[in-house]
Design a binder for this molecule. Structure first.
Ligand code: PLP
Length: 446
């Protein structure tokens, strides 16, 4: 899929670009820029590209880094350290050596970890559903019995988190992210309402803003008073080890902080190796207090006789230890960091100083988040689509898919090749500029 080998030359983004704010241009300069941009867009569209920038998927080259796993564990090597036959049923919590391997990543001890199958999203879904149907430790009734239960949802956020809440009719209360995590004054106010049962958090290299919650924000989340005694932080640490720079940003241990603040059961921690080893065949993790782990396993035992322990062994044999995880992630970084740089460069060249867009410069994770001019995001996605570049639908980073400002775009540069990312991001920058010019044009009546 995508482009053939004889790629057209990249757009020359540098040609006499306006580095002054577009809103300040006089009529003639504005009209000239609009005509020029329209022409460039038409030329871009005529290239007939086909590039998918929608989802945060690893590229084939990234997946190939884990090809060594495909022959593991070898024939005969199917016993755990404790002598369990990994081919058979059993061990709902997961092999001890796997829990030990990932304990530092999850920031807790092996006995507080459950290893699930290949999707942490599935574990989040299960936890939400079990809470809804049966309740959680510390609560007096299932969440479904609460009148109009609600979740706090930092925005921009992950569309699949919102879809789970939508599925079960749970209200979503948007709270803005401020660059170092959610607006905590708002969060504390909302959490005081007993119908507010939980909150989504992607604390590190967030999807899609890329931001990492500050220590102060995390401490407040652990310590805040909640109206509901059974309030839960759904702590989705999906990008715990996914650094894009040499700095391995660390965040405080939420389980420890909650315990110290007197709320030992407050956090459900999730993570997975979907973007470490294989996105379709990784391991997912749930980590929490002893009471929550018991609660989780009691419900999970009704759902399955045990997880895929051969895959668990495969992961231990392949990654070996913490240093093995670190080295593997460095190999990912070498493949994807240039793609992030490429997007930033394209946006910079076309849009810096124009005043029509701002974007994140993530230190990790899988996304770049662009705030285009208010009221233009849908148009940008449509313009890009017309030119063969598929973007995540505008609005998907807000609850119910509705961005009240129609301005946030999520770019996912990992999957396409570097050449495709270069072309696509140049085109996207052009679409952002054109959509802004068209919007200003109708407002100015130039
Ligand atoms: N959580 C976040 C924040 C994500 O961005 C993603 C995938 O993009 C997931 C969870 C999915 O995780 P998994 O593959 O473990 O289900």
């Amino acid at each position: 899929e995508g482009l053939t080998a004889d790629l057209p030359k990249p757009i020359d983004n540098r040609a006499d670009l306006p580095m002054s704010r577009i809103a300040d241009l006089n009529s003639d300069d504005f009209a000239a820029l609009r005509q020029k941009t329209l022409k460039e867009y038409e030329a871009f569209r005529a290239r007939g590209l086909k590039i998918d920038m929608t989802r945060g998927k690893p590229s084939p080259e990234q997946l190939a880094l884990a090809n060594g796993m495909l022959t593991l564990p070898g024939n005969g090597d199917h016993f755990s350290e404790a002598g369990e036959d990994a081919r058979n049923y059993g061990n709902l919590q997961g092999l001890a050596e796997v829990r030990t391997l990932f304990a530092p990543t999850l920031g807790t001890s092996p006995d507080r970890i459950v290893v699930g199958d290949n999707s942490s999203l599935a574990l989040m879904h299960d936890c939400l559903l079990w809470a809804w149907a049966k309740g959680v430790p510390g609560g007096t009734e299932p969440w479904q019995k609460t009148e109009a239960p609600a979740f706090i949802c930092p925005v921009p956020g992950y569309d699949r988190h919102f879809s789970i809440l939508e599925e079960y009719g749970i209200r979503m209360l948007p709270v803005p992210l401020k660059g170092d995590g959610p607006d905590m004054d708002m969060v504390e106010k909302l959490a005081a309402d007993p119908s507010v049962k939980g909150m989504w958090c992607v604390p590190k290299y967030s999807n899609p803003s890329g931001e990492t919650y500050s220590d102060a924000v995390i401490e407040r989340l652990a310590a805040m008073k909640t109206g509901a005694p059974d309030f839960r932080l759904f702590w989705d640490n999906a990008y715990a080890v996914h650094h894009l720079t040499e700095t391995e940003h660390q965040i405080p241990d939420i389980l420890d902080l909650c315990e110290k603040a007197g709320h030992p059961d407050r956090a459900f921690v999730f993570a997975s190796t979907s973007k470490v080893t294989l996105a379709g065949a990784g391991l997912a993790f749930f980590a929490s207090s002893a009471a929550n782990v018991r609660w989780y396993l009691a419900s999970a035992s009704k759902r399955t006789i045990g997880p895929d322990k051969l895959n668990q062994l495969r992961h231990v044999r392949f990654l070996k230890n913490e240093d093995g995880i670190r080295k593997h992630m460095a190999a990912h970084r070498a493949l994807i960091a240039p793609k992030f740089d490429m997007v930033n460069e394209a946006l910079e060249k076309r849009l810096a100083g124009t005043g029509v867009a701002e974007w994140s410069k993530p230190q990790g994770g899988y996304f770049i988040c662009v705030d285009a001019m208010e009221g233009t995001a849908k148009h940008v996605v449509e313009l890009a689509k017309q030119a063969g570049v598929t973007l995540t639908p505008a609005g998907s980073t807000s609850p119910h898919g509705k961005d009240p400002h129609d301005r946030t775009l999520r770019l996912a540069p990992t999957f396409p090749s570097l050449q495709e990312v270069e072309l696509a991001s140049q085109g996207i920058a052009l679409c952002i500029l054109l959509a802004a010019l068209e919007k200003l044009h109708s407002a100015r009546n130039d």
